[in-house]
Design a protein around this ligand. Structure first.
Ligand SMILES: [Zn+2]
Length: 335
């Protein structure tokens, strides 16, 4: 089986071609008690160009898909399924993207329009990119080795994927699929209120978790603490470096961030009780984030025993396109 996955982000589009065959190997994963060997045949990127018109963007995607498939000697007829990871909520009924910063995609049914152009003879499926990240990390990445252990002990495996990057997003893998909710908007956790009467958010509300837990939110918190005493605007990574050098305001910013993260995770644990959390996005790369995180979470949980494990993503920037490849795979298994 060959799957084509497209991760459509605000700045780049990544395409992965993935083969999946039944059988176990060093590179295999378990799904519904069957073992599958996976391998990436090809992976390439182009820029998104936000100023493009929608029709020109589809033309570029068509050319991109054709050229990568040609490169790998794969014809469209060989493809078992195609998945799209989109930078916004995808409506469960209309398949239109409901929101997001990539305005040219909002209100559009990309899975239909792309299929009309490519004329694939296989299912085309689309979902929010945080859901695709969660799916890939649950099956192929950080959650991969937990399945068996969790099933033996708790009869189930679930994984909550949390993106702490330019924005904050989430996805919940449960009972062998992504939990989407009624409209497809489940786990849009970046807009859960974390602070009462807090910072204003672009969604029109205030105190949203994204304002505190995103990379830009963390950076803004440091700049506020410095009371305008700095001319530059240090990146999140530079703030962690400043902490290493003993800058007390950097340390205070990190501690405050972990307090917010602990409260947020405590609330998610009470709602979802997952087997594990997998963190993605720029902030997830900072090792200091994971140190002693439990002590920040426990005050915010009711059940304090066996708190879910928390790890960083393992698939790097490719989790989105790999998760997109897996969308038609799991959909096919539901039939
Ligand atoms: Zn918001």
């Amino acid at each position: 089986m060959i799957f084509l996955g497209l991760d459509i982000g605000g700045t780049k589009v990544e395409l992965s071609l993935l083969t999946l065959e039944q059988g176990s190997s060093k590179n295999s994963f378990s799904y519904q008690d069957q073992s599958f060997h996976w391998e990436i045949i090809n992976r390439q990127r182009i820029s998104t160009n936000r100023l493009d018109s929608y029709s020109h963007f589809i033309e570029r995607l068509e050319f991109f898909c054709q050229s990568v498939c040609k490169d790998s000697s794969v014809s469209f007829d060989d493809i078992t399924g195609c998945g799209l990871a989109l930078p916004g909520t995808v409506c469960n009924f209309t398949k239109k993207m409901l929101n997001g910063n990539s305005r040219f995609l909002v209100g559009k049914n990309l899975q239909k329009d792309l299929n009309d152009t490519l004329m694939l003879r296989c299912p085309v499926v689309s979902m929010n990119d945080a859901n695709c990240f969660t799916l890939a990390e649950s099956l192929l990445g950080a959650g991969k080795n937990l399945h068996q252990k969790e099933k033996e002990r708790y009869k189930n495996f679930s994984c909550f994927g949390l993106i702490l990057g330019t924005g904050v997003g989430g996805g919940f893998y449960y009972q062998n699929k992504i939990f989407q909710g009624r409209r497809g908007s489940a786990c849009e956790v970046g807009h859960i209120e974390l602070v009462t009467n807090g910072l204003p958010c672009y969604c029109g509300r205030s105190g949203c978790s994204e304002q505190y837990l995103s990379g830009p939110g963390f950076e803004a918190s440091f700049r506020t603490r410095m009371y305008g005493q700095i001319l530059s605007a240090p990146s999140a990574k530079e703030i962690f470096d400043l902490h290493e050098k003993g800058e007390p305001m950097a340390t205070a910013t990190i501690i405050q961030y972990k307090k917010y993260l602990g409260k947020f995770l405590g609330n998610l644990i009470q709602s979802f009780d997952p087997s594990c959390f997998v963190f993605g996005g720029g902030m997830s790369k900072e090792k200091l984030l994971y140190e002693d995180l439990l002590s920040f979470i426990k005050p915010h949980t009711y059940v304090k025993e066996n708190i879910p494990s928390i790890t960083a993503a393992k698939l790097g920037d490719s989790a989105g396109s790999l998760g997109a490849c897996l969308l038609p795979f799991i959909e096919n298994h539901e039939l």
